[in-house]
Design a protein around this ligand. Structure first.
Ligand code: MN
Length: 232
C-alpha cells in the first residue's frame, strides 16, 4: 500500500443543476483570442486556422459566490467572462460532427488574469503561467447539462462590475465554435470526463479593484459571481 507524505488535496467539483453530484474537475484548458473584438482590444490578430490553448490547475479554481483577495504580484487584475465546456466522455481525435456527444454540460466562468504580468510575458516571449494560472484564477458557476442548454448558438454572454456592464456579446461571435474546439483539442490530448474547456472572452475586459463585485451571465445558465477582497 502506498501512502502519501503529506495530506492530498480533495478533488474539486462544479455543482450541476438538477444533479445531486458534482462534476469533478480533472483538467482546465483555456482558449485564447476566440472573439475578434477581444483580440483587437489586446492588439492581436486572431488565428482563424486553429485555436491555441493555455491551462490552469484545478486546485486554482473556486466556485461562484467566492470572496477572494486581490491577488499578489499584480496592479492590473482583469476579468474575462467565458463559456466553459464540461467534457463527459473520452475523446481522442474526435470529429466536429461527433464532438457534441462527449459534452456533459456548460457553465458560466471567469478566466481571471494578471494582465500586467501577461503583457510582460508576451513582450519577453515567456510563458503565461503567472498571469493565468494562479490561486483563485478560475471561477465556475453551477453547470447546466447539455440537453438542458440545447445548442450553443446565439446566447448572450455578459459581465457587470458593481452593476455596470463591462462585457456584452453573443456566443455567436466565437471564432472557433464549441465542436471545433473539442475536435481540435482532442488532437493534442486524450480528453477525459472531468476536463473543462474555457472558450475565450469577448471584448470589454477591464481591471477590477478590492471591493468590486463581479457578475457574469450567459442566457439560460446560472450566473457566475465573484467578490474581490482587500489584498492579503
Ligand atoms: Mn480567457
Amino acid at each position: 500500500m502506498s501512502e502519501f507524505l503529506f495530506p492530498t488535496r480533495p478533488a474539486k467539483g462544479i455543482p450541476v443543476e438538477g444533479e445531486a453530484r458534482n462534476f469533478p474537475i480533472n483538467r482546465i484548458f483555456c482558449v485564447g483570442r476566440n472573439y475578434l473584438a477581444h483580440a483587437a482590444e489586446m492588439g492581436n490578430v486572431p488565428d482563424y486556422e486553429a485555436p491555441f490553448y493555455f491551462t490552469k490547475a484545478p486546485t486554482h479554481s473556486v466556485l461562484s459566490g467566492a470572496n477572494v483577495p486581490y491577488p499578489p504580484g499584480t496592479e492590473n487584475y482583469h476579468h474575462e467572462m467565458e463559456l466553459s465546456i464540461l467534457i463527459g466522455a473520452p475523446a481522442f481525435r474526435i470529429s466536429q460532427d461527433d464532438a457534441e456527444q462527449v459534452i456533459y454540460g456548460y457553465c458560466a466562468s471567469l478566466d481571471m488574469t494578471r494582465r500586467d504580468l501577461q503583457n510582460a510575458s508576451k513582450a519577453d516571449r515567456r510563458p503565461w503561467d503567472t498571469s493565468k494560472d494562479f490561486e483563485d484564477g478560475a471561477v465556475f458557476a453551477t453547470a447546466s447539462k447539455a440537453e438542458a442548454v440545447g445548442a450553443i448558438k446565439d446566447q448572450r454572454i455578459s459581465l457587470s462590475v458593481n452593476g455596470e456592464t463591462r462585457q456584452d456579446a453573443s456566443v455567436a461571435e466565437l471564432i472557433h465554435s464549441v465542436p471545433a474546439i473539442v475536435s481540435d483539442l482532442s488532437k493534442f490530448y486524450h480528453l477525459e470526463p472531468g476536463d473543462v474547456i474555457m472558450t475565450g472572452t469577448p471584448a470589454g475586459v477591464s481591471a477590477v479593484q478590492a471591493g468590486d463585485v463581479l457578475r457574469g451571465e450567459i442566457s439560460g445558465m446560472a450566473p457566475v459571481e465573484l467578490t474581490i477582497l482587500a489584498p492579503e
